[in-house]
Design a protein around this ligand. Structure first.
Ligand SMILES: Cc1ncc(COP(=O)(O)O)c(C=O)c1O
Length: 382
């Protein structure tokens, strides 16, 4: 079997140290050693989130933490504003409709959100309790203005929930400075750990609201998580995915050894190189930016050139050992996505661009072989 480089926007390639940690024998999840791992990971993640708020690690993927946030905060008639400009924003609106009374502020997927529209929704609705936003909309490669939206939410007395599943640890985030009440991360993204764990931070304002919720979800009840974490040794309420916690502890060690700011800069450099290469090949980046949005450091969404089919492109790339993503749902066959998170090197980025050039050419796309690679090389190695 030939080597494959996984360049999805999550799950991502993992350092062998993490894989090795995951293969350790199972230990008692109520014992001292597990308590130490949980404590180390919780404190390490607070550094990554830049928060002093409570933080919990759920055994479940990112969506479990999205559901936990809204399920714990909302009573059935509470109004929630979900800002939607991609698939994961839409997921928040779907969850919000189950647990509360959800108003969605919808944009075309890939478009930027407009802060004036958000203020207008607040003018028309005084009683919005919760606002949700996806910071890094993985489906479109756009960074949404989380700090600014947080301020609008807080000025209007609402709790701000930020999906940072694919941004925390890879794009600049400061949970406490931005006033994010609930922030969410997935293990399989910037931390370069395996999929299956989700992290959620909870502010005092969020706790005040949670105290008033009558029917919280059972499995992701945040009060149960808080109670167990305060035990000696610290624990989780239900059996945790022990092997994934071994992996997470090691991934956090590696992450902190390199340093948060260095990792953010590295992911940014990879993405700058990909975007510049794409432009020099005459292809078009998908996000439509405004003054408040930006391109993501962690996922690059690129418009499929005229006449190129997503399946053919992905297959061509895979045949060359590079695994990339297509578009989700309505973006299928419209875009493709290249992730930069995880255990990658600058040369992996060059290899991906090189493969892309040859695959596009073989699919009869009018590009000049070498121009993308050369541009990426300038950025990565000069
Ligand atoms: C921004 C964002 N939010 C939420 C999710 C959902 O996470 P999961 O698939 O781990 O449940 C993802 C997954 O890709 C994501 O990128």
């Amino acid at each position: 079997m030939e080597k494959e480089t996984i360049m999805l926007p999550g799950p991502v390639a993992i350092n062998p140290r993490v894989l090795e940690a995951m293969s350790r024998p199972i230990i008692n999840h109520r014992g001292e050693k597990f308590g130490e791992i949980l404590e180390y990971s919780t404190q390490g993640l607070k550094k990554v989130f830049k928060t002093k708020n409570d933080l919990f690690i759920l055994s479940g993927s990112g969506t479990s933490a999205m559901e936990s946030a809204l399920g714990n905060l909302l009573n059935k008639d509470d109004k929630i504003l979900a800002i939607v400009n991609g698939k994961f924003g839409e997921r928040f609106s779907e969850i919000g409709s189950i647990y509360g009374n959800c108003i969605s502020l919808n944009y075309e997927w890939g478009d930027s959100v407009n802060l004036e529209n958000i203020k207008e929704v607040f003018e028309e609705n005084e009683d919005i309790k919760v606002v949700t936003l996806v910071h890094n909309e993985t489906s479109t490669g756009i960074i949404n203005p989380a700090k600014e939206v947080s301020k609008i939410a807080k000025d209007n007395g609402a709790v701000f929930v930020m999906d940072g599943v694919s941004s925390i640890g890879g794009n600049y985030v400061n949970v406490d400075d931005w006033g994010v009440d609930i922030a969410i991360l997935g293990s399989q993204k910037c931390l370069a750990a395996p999929p299956g764990l989700a992290m959620i931070s909870v502010s005092d304002d969020a706790w005040d609201m949670i105290e008033k919720t009558k029917h919280r979800p059972y499995y992701t009840d945040l009060k149960a998580y808080r109670k167990s974490l305060n035990k000696k040794p610290p624990q989780t309420p239900y059996t945790p995915a022990v092997s994934l916690f071994f992996a997470l502890e090691e991934a956090i060690k590696i992450f902190l050894e390199e340093g948060i700011e260095n990792i953010i800069l590295r992911y940014k450099k990879y993405s700058d190189a990909i975007r510049e290469a794409i432009k020099s090949l005459g292809l078009e980046l998908f996000p439509k930016l405004n003054e408040y949005s930006n391109y993501s450091n962690t996922v690059n969404a690129i418009r499929l050139p005229e006449g190129i089919n997503e399946t053919d492109l992905k297959k061509g790339m895979k045949d060359r050992g590079i695994v990339i993503s297509g578009g989700q749902e309505r973006l299928k066959n419209k875009i493709f996505r290249i992730g930069t998170m995880g255990y990658l090197s600058s040369q992996d980025i060059i290899n991906a661009i090189s493969a892309l050039e040859f695959v596009l050419k073989s699919l009869k796309c009018d590009i000049s072989i070498g121009s993308g690679v050369s541009r990426a090389n300038d950025i990565l190695f000069n």
